[in-house]
Design a protein around this ligand. Structure first.
Ligand code: SPV
Ligand code: MG
Length: 312
């Protein structure tokens, strides 16, 4: 039992016998692609869990955005871990943490990974770029880390873990950097040998084409994870046919929030609260989502538990 205390306080249904790492591993080795929903705070994590997603992606892009900064290592890694702890606690689901480049060298990467395990995350994903990194969809300057150095980072992260089931994902950015399929495969194989449990192969094309080519050549050597942000129109069945193990919906929740909050702000200013009220969650919906009923039940229970002593 490795769930955190606050999960038990808020979400008793989230208790599980297996460790977070074992639960994520089970998802990534199941026959169907596991759908991991992007989360950026406790609320988005809770909504994803409530909607039925089996696991979460703690997105660096989205947490940065929620903190009001850019996805270029502008947030400190302790800022991120603070928010990731909220994501883990609120969801009660296995959480794969976006560890970016590991915030520097092998040492910062392993410190980050050890902390992520300590706060109850299920896995960490490290990408083979240079610190400070830039979001993969911004510009063309995506310098890749030397392969040997990145392999050392993976090995250091593996060795610092206490749970052997904790998942270390190596993210290959060669296709993002325009370095081509052969380089992507060369890197993925090196990372597999260095101890990665899965490969996140990232692409920013609008079709599945280069991911399909990679998956064909890769031939199931390790589970493959993807984030179809730009090739979102690909049917899920195609991912299954390619043998993809994990599909990350990385930023849709944050982008939905941006649209909804903008709309509410605009309507409030232009038309007043009456126009906004029918389009937003009721207070009761929020109270239900956040488990206020359980708090009330607990309050009653503890008030009665030793109430006989009050009379004596
Ligand atoms: C993130 O969500 O922070 C990611 C995935 O790294 S992406 O933004 O799609 O590159
Ligand atoms: Mg990221």
């Amino acid at each position: 039992m490795t769930t955190t205390g606050s999960q038990q306080l808020h979400w008793p249904e989230a208790e599980a016998e297996a460790s977070p790492g074992a639960r994520l591993r089970a998802l990534l080795t199941s026959p169907e692609p596991a759908l991991l929903m992007g989360a950026h705070d406790g609320l988005s994590a809770r909504i994803a869990a409530d909607s039925g997603f089996p696991g979460l992606w703690a997105s660096g892009f989205c947490i940065s955005t929620a903190l009001g900064v850019r996805d270029s290592d502008e947030a400190s890694w302790t800022d991120l871990l603070g928010m990731i702890a909220r994501v883990v606690e609120a969801a009660g689901l296995p959480v794969l943490v976006d560890g970016d480049t590991g915030y520097g060298n092998f040492n910062t990467a392993r410190l980050f990974t050890a902390q992520a395990e300590r706060i109850g995350a299920a896995g960490v994903c490290l990408e083979d770029k240079i610190f400070p990194k830039m979001n993969s969809f911004v510009g063309d300057a995506h310098a890749l880390a030397p392969i040997g150095e990145f392999c050392g980072k993976i090995a250091a992260c593996r060795e610092v873990l206490t749970d052997p089931e904790f998942v270390v994902v190596a993210r290959v950015e060669a296709l993002i950097a325009g370095a081509g399929l052969a380089e992507a495969l060369r890197r993925a194989e090196a990372y597999r040998r260095a101890g990665a449990d899965a490969i996140f192969i990232h692409s920013r094309q609008s079709t599945i084409k280069e991911i399909a080519e990679f998956a064909g050549e890769w031939d199931g050597r390790l589970p493959l994870v993807i984030a179809p942000t730009t090739y979102h129109s690909t049917p899920l069945e195609e991912f299954a046919e390619l043998g993809i193990s994990g599909v990350i919906w990385a930023n849709q929740s944050m982008r939905a929030a941006v649209t909804a909050m903008r709309q509410a702000c605009r309507s409030l200013l232009a038309e007043g609260p009456k126009a906004v009220e029918p389009t937003i969650a009721t207070l009761n919906e929020v109270f239900t989502l956040m488990g206020y009923q359980k708090l009330a039940a607990d309050e009653e229970r503890y008030a009665r538990l030793h109430s006989d002593l009050d009379d004596s």
